[in-house]
Ligand binder design. Structure first.
Ligand code: ADP
Ligand code: MG
Length: 276
């Protein structure tokens, strides 16, 4: 069953006649129920813009967004979002528990049920017993787990994540990827995750939407036919994993120029691949 349909979506910031920024153009794809879709594309290309349009955090310049067949014109209650910068997304003066509980105040009226939801989602992300801590008492990876717990507590039908693991170290990142896969299985939500990391996209996704540089258009939608459950070592050692990776890398190279593997030449200012 199709959950979300995006058709011919366009967004230009400001007045096109006065040098407005055309961020995305003619974007079409869909997300099926419970599906894991990753979006990759060059930095500054329009990925965050696309996600903001989907959450109706700002308007669009053209195109159609439909969730369960309904036009999306205001932030849909079925969607929860996790962004890159955990340090700004959590309230430092609230405990972990209150942070997770906050978005539930309006949707879950019964206090006992709300408390149960919070404890369940903290358990889900491996933070059982951490409810009384404050965000600043936790490591970066743990703070991002709180942000994921908050989104999951809400029981969204679609979980939207914008480069959610970009600010943590590689080890923590692998753990958070697997956590997200497990949460997806438990909660049954579809996940739409933006990343600049091609390995991460292939590892997580059922399908990868490859975007061009700005204005972002869909270059290709790659079906990832790798067995589940995925495993950080075994999955990444499969020949097919390497083939997907190479194919997507070639697409990205063709659109963005600089080599995302070697990284930008430090002497040349390149707006190609740093996460934003
Ligand atoms: P990405 O997430 O792929 O790095 P963004 O969607 O953040 O890309 O940005 C795409 C383009 O739109 C960039 O050139 C950026 O400077 C521009 N942009 C983003 N937000 C705004 C805004 N609120 N007003 C004007 N331009 C913006
Ligand atoms: Mg972005």
């Amino acid at each position: 069953m199709t959950k979300l349909v995006v058709e011919d979506l366009a967004k230009t910031y400001g007045d096109p006649a006065e040098g407005g920024v055309e961020a995305i153009r003619g974007i079409s794809f869909d997300v099926r129920e419970g599906e894991f879709v990753c979006i990759v594309g060059p930095s500054g290309g329009g990925k965050t813009t696309l996600l903001r349009c989907l959450c109706a955090l700002h308007g669009r310049s053209g195109g159609r967004i439909e969730l369960d067949g309904r036009d999306v014109t205001e932030p849909p209650p079925e969607i929860a979002a996790v962004f890159q910068d955990y340090s700004r997304s959590l309230m430092p003066w609230f405990t972990v528990r209150r942070n997770v509980e906050l978005p539930l105040k309006n949707t879950v009226k019964d206090a006992k049920e709300r408390a149960e939801r919070v404890e369940w989602s903290l358990r889900e992300v491996g933070l059982a017993g951490m409810g009384d801590r404050y965000p600043w008492q936790l490591s970066g990876g743990m703070q991002q787990r709180v942000a994921i717990a908050r989104a999951v507590a809400y029981r969204p039908e679609i979980l939207i994540m914008d480069e959610p693991f970009a600010s943590v170290d590689a080890q923590t990142r692998a753990g958070l990827e697997d956590l997200t896969l497990a949460v997806r299985d438990d909660v049954g939500a579809a996940v739409l995750l933006v990343t600049h990391d091609i390995d991460e996209a292939v590892y997580l996704a059922d399908r990868v939407v490859v975007l061009s540089s700005r204005p972002a258009t869909v270059m290709e939608i790659v079906e990832i036919d790798l067995p589940r459950p995925r495993d950080q070592l075994d999955t990444k050692a499969l020949p097919r994993f390497a083939e997907y990776r190479k194919h997507i890398l070639e697409l990205i190279r063709a659109t963005s120029g600089p080599d995302p593997v070697a990284g930008p030449d430090p002497l040349t200012p390149v707006h190609g691949w740093e996460p934003t």
